[in-house]
Design a protein around this ligand. Sequence first.
Ligand code: ADP
Ligand code: ASP
Ligand code: MG
Length: 454
Amino acid sequence: MIVLKFGGTSLGSPAAIERVCSIVLLARERTPLVVVSAIGDTTDSLEEAAQAGPAAGERKLSGIRARTMTIARELLPRRPFSEFVSFLDKLLVEARELLVQNGSDSAPSATFDALLGVGERISSRLVTLALSECGGTASNLDSRDLFVTEACHGGASPLPGPTRRRLQAAVPPHLAAGSIPVIGGFIATGEDGFPTTLGRGGSDYTASLAAAALGAEEVQIWTDVDGVMSADPSLIDSARSLTELSLREASELAYFGSRVLHPATMLPAIEEGIPIRVLNSTRPSAQGTLILPEPRAPEGVVKSVAYKENITLIDIHSTRMLMAHGFLARIFAIFDRHETAVDMVSTSEVSVSLTVDRPASVPRILQELGRFSRAEASSGKAIICVVGEGIRYTPGIAARVFAALEGIRIRMISLGASRVNVGFVVDEGDLRQAVRRVHAEFFDPPGQGKEQSR
Ligand code: ADP
Ligand code: ASP
Ligand code: MG
């Protein structure tokens, strides 16, 4: 069997959903399980609704209803359309109740997660009905009954054992009966029985978890660009698509900001050795990118340049204690207590610098660090990461990266332990220029582009 995942960008119009249906039906021989994200930017709207509070949130929900109805009306004939409308309206009544329950609280909670998950419940039902209209037999399974996570909100870790058992019990009977199961990505249930999610962008992770549990031969992530590219194509016009990547390279790229894949997507695939293919639903004939445990033909040393914005850099100085044992442990214990992940670290004799991408907890962290060091935070930074397996075997890559950045202020440098990346931090204002220059250094033909990009 095979798992096909379609992102919100692949479901934004009736024509887009029809394209999705024809891709699924063409894969029928390979016994597909379909995972879908919410339509377009529905999850953003739901998040805004929750943050705006019940009154303004209500208007956001009406907007979601209007956009969904426009698509469904064009896509579905009368009977399935009215079936869908009553499903949608029931779901929106539930969403309104959740809005009231949530108040205007934007902290992660079961209520907030339940509200965000409404988008995938809508889209999976709509795609199921659309597939049936296109000549398939499809059944909409509820992901909340299939995926079990820790009881934690705003992006919970899945529990592989129970998830595997539920998927293995629920999905194969549908496949055996020739029906295509369609599930919403992103949503799950905590081990305490309350709604959870896998975090924003988490439908990719849903797909690879399902693939690992069901022993799929491949996971296909269908999006709106020709696979994983040498840089974000919305930032770099000359970005090109990559034919093959290793799972390690894909993990680094995803972790350091390439939105095209959720960072955890590669974990189940690495464990089970399942290849991931990233494809373009608007150009299904394009080759896309194949992500393998060990790629066959290395394509060049540097594969891609990723970036992550909204980074806060924290500098911690201590003349007395830095080299004393336990000092770093003490620092990291504080970040751990505040459930704040650290992306990059570098140390010197008298200071430690690190980066975080969740600014909310920074004031409390600084306060605690202040008890035994002088700590300061600067926001408005960006991490740029140059990724490629060949970096570890090829001398001079870091020198080329930093030569290309001449004149741009670099705030921190890190050569990843896996040595498949060179990362550095710049001011957000320099981000675009820095990515352009580094990309030009490795991807523009010699003598071209580098000058213009300065
Ligand atoms: P989906 O709705 O399919 O999940 P996303 O918006 O999450 O789509 O991811 C696709 C987007 O990721 C692309 O439109 C592109 O702008 C962005 N992106 C960032 N970095 C890369 C990269 N290296 N390769 C391809 N796309 C990238
Ligand atoms: N719909 C969710 C989000 O927008 C999950 C996903 O798209 O992968 O974050
Ligand atoms: Mg995505």
